[in-house]
Design a protein around this ligand. Structure first.
Ligand code: COA
Length: 183
């Protein structure tokens, strides 16, 4: 039986504690000695997110997925921002970042639903391309993006990746079909 669809809504400042938990736990391993730096990492993530939410930019959205049966919980989150690069850097696009699903809610289609909401948002902004970065060693996220229709458009090396200390960053994109012109 398919899992019930989560409710996806814009995040508010009052959601920040729970959003920070989802982000910090999804992106940082707090085992061993890392346990001691976890509060500082969490604080940094929370402050950055607070700035973005407080700015209330019409070109930015933080979305969150709320499971249908456990309303106070946050199952996942994603951020989308409208980017207007320099002409030589390509077209206007919606940049997707900080996609994270809490461990107990994974493999239920929540990330897929969040990406679909980003697509809807892009269309509302009249933008027909999504872009995002993923690390080359993030197998789960790469499988998700491939299934959602993203393709690699650039591989980014850094000095750390040249000497094998860090995985390379991949820039992925997904063109969206614009609406048909009026007859
Ligand atoms: C990557 C992540 C967002 C996926 O979230 P999710 O809600 O579990 O993803 P979905 O249920 O929508 O998965 C859709 C498809 O993606 C692929 N996928 C997702 N997780 C996978 C995994 N761990 N291994 C292999 N494939 C995976 C599968 O094809 C899956 O379809 P299926 O379940 O029918 O096989 C989640 O694992 C996460 O938060 N990871 C840590 C943070 C992170 O890496 N974010 C991405 C940064 S670029």
């Amino acid at each position: 039986m398919a899992a019930a669809q989560p409710l996806i809504r814009s995040a508010q400042l009052q959601d920040i504690e729970r959003l920070t938990d989802v982000l910090t736990n999804s992106f940082y391993d707090c085992s061993g000695w890392r346990y001691w730096v976890y509060p500082f990492i969490r604080f940094g993530i929370q402050e950055d997110l607070k700035q973005r939410l407080k700015a209330q930019s019409p070109r930015y959205a933080c979305l969150m997925a709320v499971p249908p049966t456990e309303r106070p919980a946050i199952a996942g989150t994603v951020e989308a921002s409208l980017r207007q690069p320099w002409p030589w850097q390509g077209d206007r696009h919606v940049y997707v970042s900080n996609l994270a699903v809490a461990e107990g809610f994974r493999r239920q289609g929540i990330a897929t639903a969040l990406l679909q909401s980003c697509e809807q948002l892009a269309r509302q902004w009249h933008i027909y391309e999504l872009r995002l970065h993923v690390m080359e060693d993030n197998v789960a996220a790469q499988a998700l993006y491939r299934k959602a229709g993203f393709k690699v458009c650039q591989t980014e090396d850094t000095p750390a990746s040249w000497i094998g200390l860090q995985a390379r960053r991949l820039l992925l994109h997904k063109p969206l079909t614009p609406p048909a012109p009026w007859p």
